[in-house]
Each structure stands twice: as structure tokens, then as C-alpha cells.
Design a protein around this ligand. Structure first.
Ligand code: GTP
Ligand code: MG
Length: 570
């Protein structure tokens, strides 16, 4: 991908084909052994979405006919199938053309039928009507060679039973961690679907805002996403990502007239988002259950995409969240142990009810990732560098400041960072050390700083204090209550206790896989079935929660409120 980007820069205007590996590669579709720049990754996935269409078909067997029909518009280089209901009722095929113009031609050729009601909208979401029979396809489906469907596993998360069975059969705990990661991470098709959802938003407003960009961030793109994760999207109206504008030599003397701001920035954004919410709700195919949560610190529009089976959170003013995702992505690229370890810890937290898909007074997946990164930074032989050292290594090209003045400058080119860890610990050892480390961490007095890779005196009485890496006066885990912090401490202690003897004897564990039915290794941590644990009443009184309290630090509210919580203000 990086090479292609360089070739494109050297020969603007020329097309260079991109053949990505199928779903067996890493979460982000990049090759695991190469360190890839985040912006290149985003650019290439956006480009891939522009070359793609999503077609609803009656069954997977329609593929040869669809392939033949759609080949008239260009050369199809990739095809993925998925279905959305267990009885295989809703089938979709995602086709990727070699060139953007070919996908556009296919979309332009689309039409409406007399039976349909509604306003016709041009979008990459289509359905394949049965042939009328009079004009049979000139090429029979069997005569034209077509590439096989790449993704047979589609977009469903692996079932709990299958996963546990894989873990039971693994050779040792290290293998279990790798299996867990490989089988639950977001696959290539999942990433493609998310970029297509982003493109749909972008194209729907491109008439009035040709430079607008809808860019995915969060777990969909930072390499920490699992199958079925939500899509966080930011809609940006400025011309270029980052602050590359400063490279422009001679600024134009022709300046756009703008609409005078009728109100202050925040209420202006809220009103604009309201209108965009209406647009999505009224016109965009597949978009349903549109909800506007405009009082949160970061106002968002939530919706469900029924063709992609995807929950989307769309914001317009969370650029620091976008850059934070870039930081997480880079940490994941820096060492191959980071993502499997984080996946395991997130899964453990989920299975003991420390995290919850709904926002609230419990720790979020993002805060958990910060805990893992900090643990890996503070080791005697660090596995990850401090964010401060990434900032130090930055040069002029890395300069980024958000509209609201948050400095997001840090080195983007990992090769320039010159960081090589000498730590050779195995994943199982790191997992145990993680639990031991946080069993003893002084949450009461100390704050966690990823910027400095060390703990600091806590500036306030929050239960857990994780300095927000990009806005260092804020606490990422301000929402966490004292009770939840206490539960975290109890659970990390339990986990350390459960794993201790097994990790110490790990070389002899499961050699020959004699007892695949027994609970061992990671399975000890996941004994609870995957479900939300209802908290004891002492921790969980019915209460009114101000949405803006919960999301003070840019967290996006997801899902419906948990039992016992009513949002005052959504
Ligand atoms: P899941 O949605 O739980 O899979 O994880 P996620 O990483 O996508 O978390 P979430 O949707 O809550 O947030 C999306 C992204 O916003 C995160 O990955 C971060 O990059 C960023 N983010 C979330 N909370 C904060 C915060 O408090 N400060 C900053 N700077 N960024 C945040
Ligand atoms: Mg998310």
C-alpha cells in the first residue's frame, strides 16, 4: 500500500492496481509484517470504496450471473458475499472494480422500477433484479470465467461456542491469545463495508460540499476492532485531512463567500447536524433508526444501516478522536503483541462485566486500551514508546492542529521513530504481568500518563485518572465510578491469581492436547458466558444521567441506556 502511494505520487494521473489480501490478513487488511502509515491506509480504503458497489441478490448462487452482467461496466477484481439473517434471507455481494469510473458507470446505469415508491437516490447500494427472460444474458453464466467469491465467512462474529472450542484445542496460552485475536478481529470485508457506509454519507452531500469527507475512526480502523463493532464517523468540511494546506505555495485570491454564522459554533454545529440527520433519515437507502444526540459534548447522529447491519455514530467535531485513533493504530503497528494482548484484555473485561456496550459509569474499551498501552510503555524493557517521544520525533509534515486548537502533532512515519524494543516476553507472560501490574497500581493517588510513560500525582478525585493524550487537561476515564474502579481491582487480582500457575507451567500445558474438554488457560478468564453482568444493587441505583456528563471527554454514547439509567437529554 505504501509503495503504491509512493508510485502514485511519482506518477500522478496513472492508476496502480491494488490487490489486497483476503480476510485472513490483519484487521486492517494490511500485511502484518509491514508497518503502514495510517493516512495511506485510510486513503487506500477510501479509494477502494469508490471502486465498489454493494448489490443485494436472491442468493449466493446469483453471483455468476451478476458477475457477467456487471462485467460490462469494467473489470471486477474482488467479490465478497454475506447474508444478514440466519435463514440466508438477505444476501449481498460486494463487487470491487479495478477503477473508480467503472463502479460509477455501474451505479449510473442503475434505475428504478415502476413498483417502487420513494425518491430515487444515486448510491452504491443496489439490488439485482431477476432477468425478464426475453433477453437472456448474451454470455451464459458458465462460459465466462469469474473470480471466486473471496469471503465465504461474511461478516458475522464467530459464535461463543466455536471460539471456546478453538481455545480449548490450542497448544498453549500464547496460541490461545493469537487464536482469539485472529478469530474475533474485524475482517477485510468488515473494513470494506465500513468505508462504503462512509462513502455513502460523503456522496450524498457532495453536490453542495464537494470537499467534504466522511472518515471512519475508532475501532473500525485502528486495528483494535472486532467483528460487528460500531462505526465511528467524522464528517469534515475542510479541504484536506491534517494541516497539509500549509504546503500550498500561492493561496488563491478568489475566496468563497460564506453564510454568515447565525449563532455560536456549538449551536451552529447542532443545527447543521439536525439537518444532516433529516437528510439521512429521509433520503439515504439503508439508513434507519436515526437518532440525534446533540447535547453531548461531542454531538452525534446515530443510525443503523440495514444493508450492512451496522451501527453508526456520526460526528462533525471530534477530530481529536480521529487523531487518537491514529495513535492507537500506530501503537498496534509498532509491535505485533499489542493487538492480540489488547483483544484478550477487552474480551476478559467484557466477560466479567467490567465493560458494557452502553455508556455509563464503567470503564470503556478505549480506556482499557490506554491501560494496556501504558502497561507496555512502563515495562523495564518497554514494548511501546511514550507519546512524548513520538511528538519529539515529529517534523513539519507531521504538523496537525484541529479546528478547536488541539495540537495533534506527532511523528507519522514509524521508520523515523527509531524505536526497537528489546523485550522478548511471550504474550502469556505479558498478560499475567498486566493483571499483576494493575492489581498493585495505586489508582487512589496516581494518574496514568501515556505521554510521559509514567504515573503522575492525581490532579483530582476521579476514581481512575488517565490523562487524555491529546488534551492533557482532561481525564479519559472521568466517567468511571469508585465502585467500578474497585470492581476492576478485584477482577485483575482474580485474573492474576487464576493465570499465575498456568503461565508458570505453560510449556507443559496442553502438550498433545489430551483434554480438549477441560477449562484451562484463557478459558479460566472467560468462564462466564458472554453476557452483560447485572451489577449488584449497591452499585446500581436507578438514576438520571446527564448525557453531557458521561461524554465529557469526547466519548461517543453507544446503544440504549442500561437498565436503571435514564438519559435526561438525548
Ligand atoms: P469500541 O467502539 O468499543 O469498539 O471502541 P472504540 O475504540 O471505537 O471506542 P469509541 O467508539 O468509544 O471511541 C472512538 C474513538 O474515539 C476511540 O478509538 C478514540 O480514538 C477516540 N476517543 C474515545 N474517547 C476519547 C477521549 O476521551 N479522548 C480522545 N482524545 N479520544 C477519544
Ligand atoms: Mg467505536
Amino acid at each position: 500500500i505504501c509503495l503504491m502511494r509512493r508510485l502514485r505520487n511519482l506518477h500522478p494521473g496513472r492508476k496502480f492496481g491494488l490487490k489486497l489480501r483476503s480476510s485472513s490478513t490483519s484487521a486492517t487488511g494490511t500485511l502484518p509484517e509491514t508497518k503502514c502509515n495510517y493516512e495511506d491506509f485510510i486513503d487506500n480504503r477510501q479509494q477502494q470504496a469508490k471502486c465498489s458497489i454493494l448489490v443485494q441478490v436472491s442468493s449466493e448462487r446469483s453471483y455468476p450471473e451478476l458477475y457477467n452482467y456487471c462485467s460490462r461496466f469494467g473489470s471486477i477484481v474482488n467479490a465478497h458475499h454475506y447474508c444478514l439473517r440466519h435463514d440466508d434471507e438477505l444476501n449481498y455481494i460486494l463487487l470491487e472494480y479495478a477503477r473508480e469510473e467503472e463502479a460509477s458507470a455501474a451505479i449510473d446505469a442503475g434505475g428504478v422500477t415502476d413498483e417502487m415508491s420513494g425518491t430515487p437516490v444515486r448510491s452504491p447500494f443496489l439490488w439485482f433484479r431477476a432477468s425478464t427472460g426475453k433477453k437472456k444474458e448474451s454470455i451464459s453464466s458458465s462460459t465466462m470465467p469469474h473470480p471466486g467469491l473471496l469471503s465465504i465467512d461474511g461478516c458475522r462474529p464467530i459464535g461463543q461456542e466455536n471460539l471456546l472450542s478453538l481455545l480449548r484445542k490450542a497448544e498453549n496460552i500464547d496460541r490461545q491469545i493469537v487464536e482469539l485475536h485472529q478469530n474475533s478481529q474485524l475482517n477485510d470485508l468488515g473494513v470494506r463495508m465500513r468505508f462504503l457506509a462512509a462513502l455513502q454519507i460523503q456522496q450524498s452531500i457532495s453536490g453542495m460540499f464537494p470537499s467534504a469527507q466522511a472518515v471512519p475512526f475508532g475501532s473500525s480502523v485502528n486495528g483494535f476492532g472486532k467483528m460487528g463493532c460500531d462505526l465511528d464517523l467524522i464528517l469534515r468540511f475542510d479541504k484536506e485531512r491534517g494541516a497539509k494546506n500549509h504546503q500550498q505555495t500561492e493561496p488563491s485570491r478568489l475566496i468563497y463567500h460564506l453564510k454568515e454564522n447565525l449563532s455560536n459554533g456549538r449551536s451552529q454545529t447542532q443545527r447543521q447536524m439536525e439537518s444532516i440527520g433529516d437528510l439521512l433519515h429521509l433520503f439515504l437507502p439503508g439508513v434507519c433508526h436515526v437518532r440525534r444526540i446533540l447535547q453531548a459534548r461531542v454531538p452525534i447522529i446515530k443510525y443503523h444501516h440495514e444493508h450492512l447491519n451496522l451501527e453508526v455514530d456520526l460526528s462533525m467535531s471530534n477530530l481529536s478522536g480521529f487523531y487518537m485513533s491514529e495513535l492507537l493504530y500506530m501503537f498496534g503497528e509498532l509491535d505485533t503483541r499489542v493487538r492480540p494482548l489488547t483483544f484478550t484484555i477487552r474480551r476478559w473485561a467484557q466477560s466479567c462485566g467490567l465493560t458494557n456496550p452502553s455508556p455509563g459509569r464503567w470503564i470503556s474499551n478505549f480506556s482499557l486500551s490506554c491501560l494496556v498501552i501504558f502497561f507496555l510503555q512502563q515495562l523495564r524493557q518497554p514494548i511501546l514508546p511514550s507519546i512524548g517521544s513520538l511528538v519529539k520525533a515529529a517534523d513539519a509534515d507531521d504538523f496537525r492542529v484541529t479546528e478547536d486548537g488541539i495540537n495533534c502533532t506527532f511523528v507519522r512515519d514509524l521508520e523515523r521513530l527509531n524505536f526497537q524494543s528489546r523485550n522478548t516476553s511471550k504474550l502469556s507472560e505479558l498478560l499475567l504481568q498486566f493483571f499483576e501490574f494493575y492489581s498493585q497500581f495505586d489508582f487512589h493517588n496516581r494518574a496514568i500518563s501515556l505521554n510521559e510513560a509514567r504515573s503522575l500525582a492525581k490532579p483530582d478525585h476521579s476514581a481512575i485518572y488517565i490523562v487524555n493524550p491529546l488534551e492533557q487537561l482532561l481525564n479519559v476515564s472521568k466517567n468511571v465510578s469508585l465502585e467500578e474502579c474497585e470492581r476492576l481491582r478485584i477482577e485483575v487480582r482474580n485474573a492474576a491469581w487464576l493465570l499465575e500457575s498456568e503461565v508458570e507451567n505453560s510449556s507443559s500445558v496442553k502438550e498433545g492436547n489430551e483434554h480438549p474438554e477441560t477449562i484451562w488457560g484463557l478459558l479460566n478468564l472467560f468462564k462466564h458466558p458472554e453476557k452483560t453482568i447485572v451489577r449488584p444493587n449497591m452499585f446500581f441505583k436507578p438514576r438520571m444521567v446527564e448525557v453531557s456528563d458521561l461524554f465529557e471527554n469526547g466519548m461517543s454514547p453507544t446503544g440504549t441506556p442500561p437498565a436503571g439509567v435514564t438519559y435526561k437529554n438525548p
